[in-house]
Write a protein that binds this ligand. Sequence first.
Ligand SMILES: [Ca+2]
Ligand SMILES: [Ca+2]
Length: 96
Amino acid sequence: MAIRNMTVATRSLDADMTVDEFKEWLRRFDTDRDGRISREELRRAMRAIRARFTGWRSRQGISYADADGDGYIDDSEVDGLIEFAQKNLGLKIVAY
Ligand SMILES: [Ca+2]
Ligand SMILES: [Ca+2]
């Protein structure tokens, strides 16, 4: 499981990711499978791509994308997280 995550994460740094690929990648870190990404889950995702300051950045990412303020990123809020990842994590995510 962990090895698989690393493979996907490494690939994401080398090539452009589509929105769907990003969502699929993110879903791998939804460890409690409630369909939402918590701050802790986002932190793990960021660690997988070797982002720096993951605790701080994951807090930033949640507050950036969490439109209804419940502390979780659900499906309708993923677009905001994509924007955040492009601006702050240097991920290249293309529309299709
Ligand atoms: Ca979750
Ligand atoms: Ca939310």
